[in-house]
Design a protein around this ligand. Structure first.
Ligand SMILES: [Zn+2]
Length: 856
C-alpha cells in the first residue's frame, strides 16, 4: 500500500461513476444496497481503500471485462474506512467495483436515518432521509467520501409502492415489483461530491410542479400541509431565477425539490436538486407568520439554492474551504432576499448577524476564519458564527469596496473557470483579482488567516486633517477566564469614512489603512465623522466624546440606518472592552429616541436588555422607568394596531417595542394589554396580527403562573405549524417562576419536545435570569442524558446559554463543571462561550455601581 496521509484516501483508485441501488425497510430500520462503481486504477495495487461506516459489505469484486478479482473487507473504525484486499494484483486501467452491503437506518440525524411524524389521524409515520455533510455518505454506501473525489451517480430506490421516493435527479422510470414494492430510477447526476448525494423515502406529498424557465420546482412535505408550501414555492422560484441570472450560468441540476424533514439537526442541506430543510425553515402559514419567520424561510431557501452553483457546481477541494462555501452562500442569501423583498431592508437587518460575529470575534479565544482541517471533527467545528456571519461580513465588505459589478464579474469568472471541479480559497481571490486588477488576495489573506478584527479611531488632527489609527479590538478579559488581551497588530483595513459639515454637505473617503496610524489631509475641518460609511466594514469605530456628541446632536438625520446601528453596536462593544462609559452609551441611546428603523431599535433593546439583566435589584426599577421613557413615545407614535398598508417591518417594530416595554420596561399597561390579547387569541388566532401575537406570547410567558403556563403548553400541542409549536414551547422557558422553568427543563428530556429542538429550548431556559442557577443545576444533574440523547453538534448550542451569566459564583461553578465534563464536539466554541461569560461577569462588576448615578 503506498504511503499516504492517514486522514486522506490514497489516490491509487479513482471513481468516476456510481451505479447505486438501495432498498430501505422503514419498519425494520435497515437497508440493503448494491452498487457498481466505475473507476480507474492509477497504479498496480492489491487493495482498494474507501470509506464505509456501520455498513456490512457482504460481497466485493473488482471487475475488468471477464476478469473478476474477489476482495475481502477489513474495517478500520478510527479512519472510517474499509480496505478491500484483492485476491490478486489489479493492473492500472479501467475497472468496476461491485459490492453488496447492508446497513441500519439510524436515529442519529446523520447518514441514512429515520424520522417520524404524527399525521392528521394521530398515527405515527416514518420516513427515511439522508444528511451526508460533512462525512456521512459513508454510512449509506461504500464510497470515496472526500469532496475532491467527484463522480456522477445513477441511483435507484426500491421502496413500498405507496411511498414517495426522491433523489438528486429526476425520476426516469418505475418498475412494479412483487410484494407491493417498486423500483424508482433516477437520471444520472452531474459530476459532484459524495456529501451532496441525497435520497428521501416516505409517506410524503409533493406540491404541484412550478416551471421555472424549464426547471421543475416542487416543495415536498408531510401530508396535509400543502397550504404551508406556497410561500416556499414563491421564494424558491424567485431565487432560482434571480441566481441563474446573477451567476450567468444555467442551474446545474435537472429539477429542484425542497423537502421538509420533521427531524433535522441543521437548518437545511444543499444536496443538488434535493434540498432538505427543518420544517421552520421551509413551511409556514403565510397569513399567520411574523416578518422574521417569513424572512427566515426566504433566507434559507435562497441560501441553499445559492449553493447549487457555489458549493455544488464548484466545490472546495478539502474541508478547510467550508467557511468560504458557507460565507459566500450566506452573502448570496442576503443579496437574493434583498431583491425578493426590498422593503425588508435585508442588508440593514444583516447588522444583527454581523453583531453576533463581532461578539465572538472580540474574544481572545476567537479563531481565524480559515484554518487547517485534518479530521472530520475539525471540519464540523467550522460550522459556526465565524464561518457564516463573519465570513459573509468580510465578503460583503469586499463587494462594497470593489463595487457590485466588478465583484459579480469576478464571481462569474471563478464559476466559469472551475465548474464541475474543486478549488482552493485563493482561486476565488485570484479570479476576482484578474477581473478587477485589485490586490484582493493580499487584502483578504489578512482577514481570513488572522483571528479578530480592528478598531479604527478617527479624530480631527491639529493641522486640520483626519487622523486614523488601528489596533486589534478585544473585550476586556476577566482574570478568572485565564484570557489575556492579545497583542495589537496592523492589517489591511479598507476604511470608508465620511466627514460632514454644518452646511449639510459631506465627503466620502476610501482609505486602505495599512499602518497603525495615518493622517489624511482634508480641505475643511469636519463637524462630524462617520467612521464606517454605510456600515459594511468589518471593523469597529471609536470616536472621541466630542465627536460622538456631535454625531448625536447634529448628524443623526444624515446617517443611514446601518450607520446608526453601528453607533450603538460600537458603543456597547466599548463598554465590554472597558473603554466606553455609561454616560456615553445612555447619551447616545437618548439621542436616538426618535429612531424609526426596526434593526436600530433591536440593537438598542438588546443593549437595554443586557443592562437590565445585570442591574442590581435596587436599581432595576430606575432602569425600567428610563426604558419606558425612551421606548414609550416610539410605540405611541406607531399606534397599537396595524395600519392598513404599513410595511411588514413596521408591524415587526411595533411588536418589538411592545415586548420591550412590557418586559424590560415592566410597563404594567402593556402587560395587561398582552394578557387580554393572549386570551383573545385563544378564541380567535387572528384576533391580533402575527407579529404582535408572537410578542404577546413572550410577554405573557414572562410572568406566567401555573394556569397560563399550562395554556401555553396546550397551545404548543395544538399548533398546526412548527413555528406555532416552537413559539409556545419556547415561551415555557421564559417564566420568572423557577419551579415552572424546571418543569419545562424536565419536559425537554421527554418526547413532548422534538430532540432537534430540545437543547435550543434548554439554552433559552438557561439564559432566563430568574432561573439560571437552578437550570444549571438541572443540566449538571442530567448531563449524561443530555450528552447521549441529543445530536452531539447541539450540545455546544446549549452551553451558549451561559454567555449572559453575570454572577461570579455561578460562572465559576459552570466553568469548573464544563472543564471536567468536556462535550465531545465544539471545544473551541465552548471555550468562547465560557470566555464570553467571564466578560459579562467583569462588565457587571464594573457597571453595577455606575448604573444608579447614570440614570436620572
Ligand atoms: Zn450553507
Amino acid at each position: 500500500m503506498p504511503e499516504h496521509d492517514l486522514n486522506r484516501l490514497p489516490t491509487t483508485v479513482v471513481p468516476s461513476h456510481y451505479d447505486l441501488e438501495l432498498a430501505p425497510d422503514l419498519d425494520a430500520a435497515s437497508f440493503a444496497g448494491s452498487q457498481t462503481v466505475t473507476l480507474v486504477v492509477t497504479e498496480a495495487t492489491d487493495v482498494v481503500v474507501l470509506h464505509a461506516l456501520d455498513l456490512d459489505i457482504t460481497d466485493a469484486w473488482l471487475v475488468q471485462g471477464t476478469e473478476r478479482i474477489s476482495a475481502t473487507a477489513t474495517y478500520d473504525g478510527p479512519s472510517e474506512t474499509v480496505t478491500l484486499a484483492l485476491d490478486r494484483t489489479a493492473e492500472p486501467g479501467d475497472w468496476t467495483l461491485e459490492t453488496t452491503f447492508t446497513g441500519e437506518l439510524n436515529d442519529k440525524l446523520v447518514g441514512f436515518y429515520r424520522s417520524t411524524f404524527t399525521d392528521d389521524a394521530g398515527v405515527t409515520q416514518t420516513l427515511a432521509c439522508t444528511q451526508f455533510e460533512s462525512t456521512h455518505a459513508r454510512r449509506a454506501f461504500p464510497c470515496w467520501d472526500e469532496p475532491a473525489f467527484k463522480a456522477t451517480f445513477s441511483i435507484r430506490l426500491v421502496v413500498n409502492e405507496d411511498l414517495l421516493a426522491v433523489s438528486n435527479a429526476a425520476e426516469t422510470a418505475v418498475d412494479q415489483l412483487a410484494g407491493g414494492r417498486k423500483r424508482v430510477h433516477f437520471a444520472p447526476t452531474m459530476h459532484m461530491s459524495t456529501y451532496l448525494v441525497a435520497f428521501v423515502v416516505g409517506p410524503l406529498e409533493a406540491s404541484d410542479v412550478v416551471d421555472v424557465d424549464g426547471v421543475p420546482l416542487r416543495v415536498i412535505a408531510p401530508p396535509g400541509k400543502a397550504d404551508l408550501t406556497t410561500f416556499a414555492l414563491d421564494v424558491g422560484a424567485f431565487s432560482l431565477r434571480f441566481l441563474t441570472e446573477w451567476y450567468g450560468i444555467d442551474y446545474p441540476g435537472d429539477k429542484l425539490d425542497l423537502i421538509a424533514i420533521p427531524d433535522f439537526a441543521f437548518g437545511a442541506m444543499e444536496n443538488l436538486g434535493c434540498v432538505t430543510f427543518r420544517e421552520t425553515a421551509l413551511l409556514l402559514d403565510q397569513e399567520r407568520s411574523t416578518q422574521a419567520e417569513l424572512q427566515r424561510v426566504a433566507d434559507v431557501v435562497a441560501h441553499e439554492i445559492a449553493h447549487m452553483w457555489f458549493g455544488d457546481l464548484v466545490t472546495m477541494g478539502w474541508w478547510n474551504g467550508i467557511w468560504l462555501n458557507e460565507a459566500f452562500a450566506t452573502f448570496m442569501e442576503m443579496l437574493t432576499t434583498d431583491a425578493y423583498r426590498p422593503e425588508w431592508q435585508r442588508w440593514v437587518d444583516f447588522g444583527l448577524a454581523r453583531s453576533a460575529a463581532f461578539d465572538t470575534d472580540s474574544l481572545t479565544t476567537t479563531r481565524p476564519i480559515e484554518y487547517e482541517v485534518i479530521t472530520a471533527a475539525d471540519a464540523e467545528a467550522m460550522f459556526d458564527v465565524l464561518t457564516y456571519e463573519k465570513g459573509a461580513s468580510v465578503v460583503r465588505m469586499l463587494q462594497q469596496y470593489l463595487g457590485e459589478d466588478r465583484f459579480q464579474a469576478g464571481i462569474r469568472h471563478y464559476l466559469q473557470t472551475h465548474q464541475y471541479a474543486n478549488t482552493e480559497t485563493t482561486d476565488l481571490w485570484d479570479a476576482i483579482e484578474e477581473a478587477t486588477g485589485e490586490p484582493v488576495r493580499q487584502m483578504m489573506d489578512s482577514w481570513i488567516f488572522r483571528p479578530g478584527h480592528p478598531i479604527v479611531s478617527l479624530s480631527p488632527s491639529a493641522d486640520g486633517g483626519l487622523t486614523l489609527g488601528q489596533e486589534r479590538f478585544s473585550f476586556r478579559p476577566d482574570p478568572a477566564s485565564g484570557a489575556e488581551i492579545p497583542p495589537s497588530e496592523v492589517r489591511l483595513v479598507p476604511v470608508v469614512a465620511r466627514t460632514g459639515f454644518g452646511d449639510g454637505t459631506s465627503e466620502v473617503h476610501r482609505i486602505l489603512l495599512d499602518q497603525a496610524e495615518l493622517t489624511l489631509s482634508l480641505e475643511r475641518r469636519p463637524d462630524w465623522i462617520v467612521g464606517n460609511h454605510e456600515g459594511n466594514g468589518f471593523y469597529r469605530v471609536e470616536l472621541s466624546d466630542e465627536q460622538l456628541a456631535a454625531v448625536g446632536a447634529v448628524a443623526l438625520a444624515s446617517l443611514s440606518p446601518l450607520e446608526r446601528y453601528g453607533l450603538v453596536e460600537d458603543e456597547w462593544a466599548l463598554m465590554l472592552a472597558g473603554r466606553g462609559s455609561l454616560p456615553r452609551l445612555l447619551g447616545l441611546l437618548r439621542s436616538l429616541a426618535n429612531e424609526t428603523d426596526l434593526s436600530v431599535w433591536q440593537r438598542i433593546i438588546a443593549t437595554l436588555g443586557s443592562l437590565h439583566r445585570l442591574a442590581p435589584d435596587d436599581v432595576r426599577a430606575n432602569l425600567e422607568a428610563w426604558v419606558r421613557a425612551l421606548l414609550g413615545p416610539a410605540l405611541l407614535a406607531l399606534g397599537d394596531t396595524r395600519v392598513p398598508g404599513e410595511t411588514e417591518r413596521t408591524s415587526a417594530l411595533r411588536a418589538t417595542l411592545f415586548e420591550a416595554l412590557a418586559r424590560i420596561g415592566a410597563d404594567t399597561t402593556r402587560q395587561a394589554q398582552a394578557a387580554a390579547q393572549f386570551s383573545a387569541l385563544g378564541d380567535d388566532p387572528d384576533a391580533v396580527d402575527a407579529d404582535l401575537a408572537d410578542a404577546v406570547v413572550r410577554v405573557v410567558a414572562a410572568t406566567a403562573d401555573e394556569d397560563t403556563w399550562q395554556e401555553l403548553r396546550v397551545r404548543a400541542a395544538g399548533a398546526r405549524t412548527a413555528q406555532g409549536r416552537l413559539r409556545h414551547q419556547g415561551a415555557l422557558a421564559d417564566t420568572s417562576d423557577e419551579a415552572l422553568v424546571l418543569r419545562f427543563c424536565a419536559l425537554c428530556l421527554t418526547d413532548e419536545i422534538r430532540s432537534q429542538d430540545a437543547l435550543f429550548l434548554l439554552r433559552r431556559a438557561l439564559a432566563n435570569r430568574a432561573a439560571s442557577p437552578a437550570v444549571w443545576s438541572f443540566i449538571e444533574a442530567n448531563w449524561e442524558t443530555i450528552t447521549t440523547r441529543f445530536p452531539s453538534s447541539t450540545v455546544p448550542r446549549l452551553i451558549d446559554g451561559v454567555r449572559g451569566v453575570s454572577d461570579r459564583d455561578l460562572a465559576a461553578t459552570i466553568a469548573t463543571f464544563v472543564g471536567t465534563h468536556p462535550p465531545v464536539s465544539g471545544a473551541t466554541v465552548i471555550r468562547q462561550h465560557l470566555e464570553r461569560m467571564w466578560v459579562t461577569v467583569a462588565l457587571a462588576e464594573r457597571v453595577r455601581s455606575e448604573l444608579a448615578p447614570a440614570l436620572p
